[in-house]
Design a protein around this ligand. Structure first.
Ligand SMILES: *Cc1c(COP(=O)(O)O)cnc(C)c1O
Length: 387
């Protein structure tokens, strides 16, 4: 059969697979355990921590969407990361970007402090720093692109090339773009991880994660680890995520169309001193984003003119953007990284990562873009009036 396009894979996940009743939408298997057919005759599934049919259908769809060999569903994005980290031993070096997701950074930092592995933090856009880190022969190189919250882009293929040359495993956190807009395994990565909490589920009602590997055996190993440490995902969550997944492609299309419009609006607004959006030609890695991604995504950040006082006015005035963490849902969100998503970082590390007090992050939802623009315009006018 011809290889299917992403839209089709996402829509058709598990559809028309019910052999018992011919249900179009696959049933949920909520049972925690499964009978043996007879003495010493196990079936495919025995216990739901280890395996579940609903979860398998979703994992399979995500593996296909990422063009990988094997998918593993986990209870959260962080537990997907925790599972991947099991591949490291105390003498191993893990190289991470200095501006990775705050929760990932906190986990890496605290596990390294306990001696589970050695951590090297670098600015992956600084070629010398990156080369020096790779020269240490790391076991694993972590990549997150676009980065959170500054939307920096790193060249996955270039990093994979130098990391592979020293035998390192390359992991990409693909949460910000989803497999619809970026496929890291086809750019040389070995493992992709997702917080399915974000775009993949897309409706802000599930916390979950996923791992997809290029290599079948590595996937089997990580599946073993997910069961071993007890972080596999739940059946009901998997069902909801599959339902969200069906509209992923159309959601991403509308999300990013609105984000592009809003980025241009903010870029021209006097209350905004800088906009971070890879779709703007002024973005330092705009060309790289164009070639490496198949869209610019729907996350953007900006520096508000003024002080923390103006930030407070903006978040008080705005009405169609909820002041909340997370991202990638149908509803628009506004976040203040310094006091919210990145509050767990040491202030020194936060400043080094370029996350100042006036940085605002937006997750552009699926509301009418005209309504979102009007809301932003009114709120920014209040900010201007206060300066
Ligand atoms: C949210 C997020 C995570 C963590 O996922 P959870 O589902 O919240 O555990 C990891 N990486 C990125 C880029 C994220 O946005």
């Amino acid at each position: 059969m011809r290889k299917l396009n992403s839209e089709t894979i996402a829509v058709r996940a598990g559809i028309d697979t019910d052999t018992q009743h011919g249900a179009v939408v696959p049933p949920i298997y909520l049972s925690s355990n499964y009978t043996f057919k007879g003495f010493d005759q196990p079936r495919e599934y025995d216990y739901a921590r280890r395996g579940n049919p609903t979860r398998s259908q979703l994992a399979q769809a995500l593996a296909e969407l990422e063009d990988g060999a094997y998918g593993v569903m986990t209870s959260t994005g962080l537990s997907a990361i925790m599972t991947v980290i099991q591949l490291l031993s105390p003498q191993d070096i893990l190289v991470i970007p200095h501006d990775c997701y705050g929760g990932s950074y906190r986990m890496f930092d605290h596990l390294a402090r306990r001696g589970l592995f050695k951590l090297v933090v670098v600015d992956q856009n600084d070629n010398n720093a990156l080369k020096n880190a790779i020269a240490l022969n790391p076991k694993m190189v972590w990549v997150e692109t676009p980065s959170n919250p500054l939307l920096r882009i790193v060249d996955i293929q270039a990093i994979a090339d130098i990391a592979k040359a020293v035998g390192a495993i390359v992991v990409v956190d693909n949460t910000f773009l989803s497999p619809i807009l970026q496929q890291p395994l086809n750019l040389g990565a070995d493992i992709v991880i997702h917080s399915c909490t974000k775009y993949i589920n897309g409706h802000s009602d599930v916390v979950a994660g996923a791992i997809v590997t290029k290599d079948q055996q590595l996937g089997v190993d990580l599946d073993w680890w997910a069961n071993c440490i007890g972080v596999t995902g739940g059946a009901f969550d998997s069902y909801l995520i599959m339902r969200g997944l069906r509209t992923l492609a159309v959601r991403m299309r509308q999300h990013q169309e609105s984000a592009a419009t809003i980025a241009v609006f903010l870029d021209n607004h006097p209350a905004v001193s800088h906009v971070y959006y890879p779709g703007l030609p002024s973005h330092p890695q705009h060309q790289l984003a164009k070639t490496q991604q198949s869209g610019f995504g729907a996350m953007l950040s900006f520096e508000l003119a003024g002080t923390i006082e103006q930030v407070k006015i903006l978040v008080d005035e705005i009405s169609l953007f909820c002041l909340a963490e997370s991202l990638g849902g149908v509803e628009s969100l506004i976040a203040h990284p310094a006091t919210m998503t990145h509050a767990g970082m040491e202030p020194v590390a936060r400043t080094a990562a370029g996350i100042g007090d006036c940085l605002i992050r937006l997750s552009i939802g699926l509301e009418s873009v005209d309504d979102l623009l009007a809301d932003l315009s009114d709120s920014l006018d209040s900010v201007l009036a206060s300066i």
